[in-house]
Design a binder for this molecule. Structure first.
Ligand code: ADP
Ligand code: MG
Length: 327
């Protein structure tokens, strides 16, 4: 089982940012309304994720770190209808196999919880501990026992860039959750958690960018779209300017980006992308999120219908602003 965990770790834990993504998804699944993230040296020295979610029952803490013990999938059919973000039951054991992990968690407001320390997959300490309701996960020295993987890590700046991307996406996906992110003692992101997407956009991209965005909101029998998309003054040279969420999950899809750009085609300078946060909701049976193991690529059924809906919705959002392109 130890080896199995290390092998699984190779798939789940590519770099500090993949650990962060898994941990934030767990916090979100746990119903947290605050998620505080601290990192040191690009997350390689330390990653700490503290949430105020439902916590883990003391008797379940060990089990949570055992492979497949907790998979949220009960039947193969569920693979195509995933409601919660996590579904493999592999993240915690995989991470604990390749790092020094301390988890303190409490499932109630008693002020009492349980602490578990695991290093390289081996339990080092387990005891009762003072804890507010929620989970506080500290991951130190990622890949300390897998030098081959450690060798692939880039500079602190590069790893920090990946951590920031994960933080921004998660924050944009959940304006109702208050996120903080600090790196080597500097606060890099703080969102209010009051449900206002524009405030999150302001925290991520700046207030000027947030002001230059128009609201997107439309319904269709099969889909709904919501979010913010930029007037053609707020563009970026990078496709990352477009954040796409499908049923709350960050994904990439040309089937969405292309009709979005099409709606802008007379307004947008060549090779520029509008800053956009687009949240699509649809019945889970209409989207296959398992095309790519990292769950980033998706495939839609009724794709043409979806494309038409997106182009139309974006056109309407832009049109309602009576924007007159200059020059
Ligand atoms: P999965 O999320 O696929 O179930 P994980 O290995 O990520 O697998 O987590 C294992 C289990 O540990 C989860 O199913 C959940 O019960 C529990 N857990 C992990 N993180 C948290 C958290 N932050 N808050 C509450 N429970 C958690
Ligand atoms: Mg998980």
């Amino acid at each position: 089982e130890h080896l199995a965990n290390q092998i699984a770790a190779g798939e789940v834990v590519e770099r500090p940012a993949s650990v962060l993504k898994e941990m934030i998804e767990n916090a979100v699944d746990a119903g947290a309304t605050t998620v505080d993230v601290t990192a040191e040296d690009g997350g390689l020295a330390l990653l700490r994720i503290a949430d105020n979610g439902c916590g883990i029952e003391p008797d379940d803490l060990r089990t949570a770190f055992q492979r497949h013990a907790t998979s949220k999938i009960s039947t193969a059919k569920d693979l195509f209808q995933i409601a919660t973000l996590g579904f493999r039951g592999e993240a915690l054991p995989s991470i604990a196999a390749v790092a020094k992990v301390k988890c303190v968690s409490s499932a109630d407001a008693s002020g009492l919880g349980r602490l578990l320390e695991i290093e390289g997959g081996e339990i080092k300490r387990e005891e009762d501990a003072a804890s507010a309701r929620g989970t506080d996960m500290t991951i130190r020295e990622l890949f300390y026992n897998t030098p081959a993987r450690l060798k692939y890590m880039k500079t602190v700046q590069t790893e920090l860039g990946h951590l920031s991307d994960v933080m921004y996406r998660q924050a944009l996906a959940r304006p109702d959750i208050a996120f903080t992110f600090s790196h080597n003692g500097t606060t890099l992101l703080r969102t209010p958690g009051n449900g206002d997407l524009r405030r999150v956009v302001a925290a991520v991209y700046g207030t000027a960018a947030a002001k230059a965005m128009v609201e997107l909101s439309a319904d269709h029998p099969d889909y709904s779209i919501a979010g913010l998309t930029a007037l053609p003054v707020e563009t970026r040279s990078n496709r990352n300017a477009i954040t796409l969420l499908v049923n709350g999950r960050y994904v990439r899809s040309q089937a969405v980006v292309q009709p979005l750009l099409q709606a802008y085609h007379t307004l947008l300078p060549l090779h520029r992308f509008p800053l956009s946060v687009i949240s699509l909701r649809m019945h889970p049976s209409l989207v296959d999120v398992n095309v790519h193991p990292a769950k980033l690529e998706v495939r839609f059924s009724k794709e043409n219908e979806l494309r038409a809906f997106i182009e139309q919705s974006v056109r309407e959002a832009l049109g309602s602003q009576a924007y007159i392109p200059s020059g």
